[in-house]
Design a protein around this ligand. Structure first.
Ligand code: APR
Ligand code: PHB
Length: 391
């Protein structure tokens, strides 16, 4: 078997790349270890930046998102029953859209299959090799038979726990890594959101976030200590904690049956370089941001855009310069998102550092309410800075 680009992983990075390459007439094959049902049901974050929404429309996969996605013009920051509105669209001219990651994945898979794209699910044992040659190889088992896929390039889009990053030679990459001493307990609830826009809440007991998936489904998160066991959190205890942390005068969180709950650790991670020979890492395979800035999916999509542009330049002009610069180009936006996500995390979470830090957080939250300059900086990072060929 032979293709131009072998893509390992059918998440947002891999699928967006496949659709971009198809538009450029570059052939590719996507290999995904899980089943289609599994990837289409996996509940993840759900906030799309302006750039991401535009790209999905350009790729012809934005129709349902346009109909069902919730377009927001701002966010609320809440502490001690006081709420500040950050009017993102008014400040930046850009908007944000709430649309679940698994909905993006469903739409991308449907479009890719409809366009006759090659995509294999339940491929359990992908291995990559000959990475420094001009014929890197992906080996795997498909319906019981061993396959060898020769490629020009391999895109490692297989998430944080995938195999591609591990294929970089020992000692080549620097890992910038930090694990926060807390995680997020997230629920999906059959309850109409009691807010028109997202609420990010600071509280002495820890951070809480009120977000949503539709006019009838809410998604909520609370900060919990690292390593917390889910069994310690009954549904009643989760709602009680959400009511306390999100409290505001004469208002409460709408409760309802909990459809899904889970705990995600909070970590921040960057692998540099994001490439070795003809293997390139995209999305979570190369970097993780804490979810407070809602950047994970958006960075994955941006990596796909930049890598597709670099490949297009290689196939049309024969020049490797954009490919060689991929790490540097992609990491520029990744580090901007790292800084913003860590800023949001440190602004809003109980960092366990005592009263002095709490007072600084409260002062920063006040400042965001008082100063348009401060609010503007938050808003342009939150909505995502405009896409550019080298950003
Ligand atoms: N072989 C093939 N596929 C694999 C392998 C493997 N060895 N290992 C993992 N995968 C698949 C996973 O099952 C998953 O579908 O790769 C895909 C990676 O997708 P994501 O984890 O969604 O990563 P990415 O596409 O980079 O998107 C980043 O996902 O984790 C969220 O918050 C993150 O929103 C961000 C987004
Ligand atoms: C979500 O809707 O799941 C979401 C939104 C904003 C965040 C994180 C998660 O910062």
């Amino acid at each position: 078997m032979r293709t131009q680009v072998g893509i390992v992983g059918g998440g947002p990075a891999g699928l967006t790349l496949a659709l971009l390459l198809e538009r450029q007439g570059i052939e590719c094959v996507v290999l995904e270890s899980r089943s289609r049902e599994y990837v289409e049901r996996r509940v993840r974050a759900g906030l799309l930046e302006h750039n991401t929404v535009s790209l999905l429309h350009e790729l012809g996969v934005g129709d349902r998102m346009g109909r069902e996605g919730l377009r927001h013009g701002g966010i609320y920051l809440r502490r001690q029953c006081r709420t500040t509105h950050i009017p993102i669209t008014k400040l930046t001219g850009r908007h944000i859209t709430i649309y679940g990651q698994q909905e993006v994945v469903k739409d991308e898979i449907a479009a890719w299959c409809e366009r006759g794209g090659a995509l294999h699910f339940e491929v359990p044992d992908v291995a990559v090799g000959d990475l420094e040659s001009d014929r890197p190889v992906i080996e795997f088992t498909l319906e019981g038979s061993h396959e060898r896929l020769e490629c020009d390039f391999i895109a490692g889009c297989d998430g944080f726990h995938g195999i591609c990053r591990a294929a970089l030679p020992d000692g080549l990459a620097v890992h910038y890594d930090y694990e926060y001493p807390f995680g997020w307990l997230g629920i999906l609830a059959d309850a109409a959101p009691a807010t028109d826009e997202l609420i990010y809440a600071w509280h002495e007991r820890g951070f809480a976030l009120y977000t949503m998936r539709s006019s009838t489904i809410s998604r909520l998160y609370i900060q919990v200590p690292a390593g917390e066991r889910l069994e310690k959190w009954s549904d009643a205890r989760i709602w009680q904690e959400l009511q306390i942390r999100l409290a505001s005068e004469g208002w409460s969180v709408n409760e309802g049956p909990i459809l899904e709950k889970g705990i995600t650790p909070m970590r921040t991670f960057v692998c540099e370089p994001m490439q070795f020979g003809n293997l390139f890492l995209l999305g979570d395979a190369a970097h993780i941001v804490p979810p407070t800035g809602a950047k994970g999916l958006n960075l994955a999509v941006n990596d796909a855009r930049l890598f597709a542009e670099a490949l297009s330049s290689f196939y049309t002009s024969g020049s490797r310069s954009a490919l060689d610069a991929f790490t540097e180009t992609a990491l520029r936006r990744v580090w901007r998102a790292q800084d913003f996500s860590n800023y949001m995390t440190q602004l809003l979470h109980d960092l366990g550092r005592g009263p002095f830090d709490r007072m600084l957080q409260l002062s920063r939250l006040d400042y965001l309410g008082q100063s348009t300059a401060a609010a503007h900086s938050l808003a342009e990072n939150y909505a995502g800075l405009p896409a550019a060929p080298d950003f």
